[in-house]
Design a binder for this molecule. Sequence first.
Ligand code: HCA
Ligand code: CU
Length: 389
Amino acid sequence: MGTVNIKILDSTLREGEQTPGVYFDSHIKLAIAELLDEIGIDIIETGHPAVTDEIYSTVKMLAGKQFKSVIGAHARSVRKDIELALDCGVGFLGIFYCVSDERLNGVFKKDLQDAIEKIVTSIEFAKKENPGLLIRYTPEDTVRSEYKNVITAAVAAVEAGADIISIADTTGFMVPGTSKNMYDYVTRLKEDFDKRSLNPLIAVHCHNDRGLALANALDALRGGANIIDASVLGLGERAGIVDLAQLLAVLTLEYNITGWKLDKLSDLYNLVSTHSGVPVPVNSPIVGKNAFTHCAGVHTHAAAINPMHYESINPELFGKERHFALDHMSGIASVRFALKQVGISDLEPETELLVLERIKSIGQRGRIVELSELPHIVETSKHYKRIIK
Ligand code: HCA
Ligand code: CU
């Protein structure tokens, strides 16, 4: 794959806090933002200042830091929300409003023209107050709304001063390769802007209800999207959104995008996991405990000779180490590899076999042998005598 120009927006502090029960204290938000900045994230969406005083103060505090990342806030299309966000001194403002007839008529008792008026007034006001502000407009639930409503509102938003239009798959409805896919959506939207000589950046916000958030985001990228939203652990409403570590991994490996400090991802995930109470799944790509751990004897034997037999991602790229799990599946290659890791190299072959036997026996009882146990297992094996032949 060739090189692409893509920006990453992290929404752990905004969308991520919409995970039921998740709230990050101000100082934890600061610690998370520092890591996101260090990793090299382009835009950090830090919250919706109109929600509480504490969120307002935290957004303002983060906007005042000398980060390389642009600090962003979220706002409804209402004057009060926008004033609060402007007051925080953010460099990015995400404004959202729905455009589907059903939602407008059913929930807001308004029509599309009313909605567009609100959107345009909000954007014009924000741009006038701060001409350097990066403004994104999102037609909420974009992909399930009438396309003619989306394009009408989006064109009005860009003409009013919006720099970015975000395509929100608010309910994780899209499926690559079917008639409802992000590639076609982005392509069509870009063509329609082109026809009007408008050229906003296109962002995509993909929810994970069908487990396809990352696949949809990559499909959108292929269609020419410029910004992808993600969050740590994919946190967000319901099944969440695109997982940040997985996104950065794919972009690094397949699109030759460099410059991110990928070795900081584990610290970031541990921090967010601790303070959100959401565990990092053991089988999570890149950051999961098992992500670079080989288990079955056949695998460990081949991987000990050359890891690439059973790996398509080098753990070192993420500051991680390869492990061989010690359990009932282990073979002698796993044992030798693990012994080397704990600095034991001169064992008699018979003792090695005894160590393997012990490990398999413990594994059969449903437990993994930790590396730290190994020296003690070796020691007891050295003293083990087979008295029944
Ligand atoms: C929300 C919905 C949103 C908005 C995305 C955006 C979505 O939480 O209000 O403003 O770009 O998924 O549509 O997260
Ligand atoms: Cu969302």
